[in-house]
Design a protein around this ligand. Structure first.
Ligand SMILES: [Mg+2]
Length: 257
């Protein structure tokens, strides 16, 4: 059986955060350190949330805003420059609206590592992997998310990409696809995959974020700091798949258990 490997798109292969901040700066001014790029996965799940959940979330956000206001007053307004949750939400909604109105937005992203997709393609052919690109990107004007993502991957050097646009649990998808490995930059997705499928998740963590790396490894989730490092790990897993001792040593090094 060939190894079956899943790759998340944004934050793993495509630089969504850069495009998001570019739009944010154009529309509402530069972001402060307290704002971060929206996450296509969270946005997609909020899009599909029912009224009840939306109300609960809005209420929680309002509560958080009040708490922040009270804290700010207590501090004599020293934290004036930070963006309030409601302001953050407003900025985020404006950016997402612009994204959704940009025809074929998902084809316009820059790669995080311009060699990564080509390298996945080369390794897929050499090691006879079966590769799936999995994403929860919300729809935009233009082509479907699936076709936009396929076109982007082809342009990056991957002919015939299998792109799956899924809502909901990544673990269930990884289980149904019988993935052996999955690469993601989102810890929650990795936890999902670890608990709901037999796949080994590999989380890309910022080199400065020791806390996330430590807690991921505690849960048996493998970690690496770049997509390039992930591919080197997957290559070793592929080459050594018939040698339990070497695989065991690799698992220990990566954090899988
Ligand atoms: Mg991602």
């Amino acid at each position: 059986m060939p190894l079956r490997i899943g790759f998340d798109m944004d934050g793993v292969l495509a630089d969504f955060a850069a495009a998001y901040h570019e739009i944010e700066t154009r529309l509402v001014g530069p972001s402060t350190p307290s704002t971060r790029a929206g996450n296509p996965e969270e946005e997609a799940s909020e899009e599909s949330e029912d009224e009840e959940t939306a109300r609960t979330r809005a209420k929680a956000e309002e509560e958080a805003r009040k708490t922040e206001d009270a804290a700010r007053q207590a501090e004599g307004g020293r934290r004036k420059k930070e963006v309030r949750p409601s302001e953050h939400r407003r900025r985020r909604d404006l950016v997402w609206q612009a994204i959704q109105e940009t025809p074929d937005f998902w084809t316009t992203l820059k790669p995080l590592d311009p060699t990564a997709v080509g390298r996945i393609h080369e390794m897929m052919v050499r090691h006879r992997w079966e590769v799936f690109f999995i994403t929860q990107r919300p729809a935009t004007d233009g082509d479907t998310v699936q076709r936009q993502t396929q076109r982007w991957l082809v342009e990056q050097g991957f002919d015939l990409p299998s792109v799956l646009v899924i809502a909901g649990s990544r673990g269930a998808a990884a289980g149904a696809l019988r993935l052996d490995y999955h690469v993601d930059d989102n810890a929650k997705n990795c936890i999902d995959i670890k608990s709901e499928s037999g796949a080994k998740p590999l989380l890309i963590v910022d080199p400065s974020d020791d806390m996330t790396a430590i807690s991921a490894r505690r849960l048996g989730i493998g970690t690496a700091t770049t997509i390039d490092e992930c591919l080197t790990i997957l290559e070793q897993a592929s080459v050594n798949r018939a040698q339990p001792n070497l695989l065991h040593r690799l698992a220990k090094l990566v954090g899988w258990h």
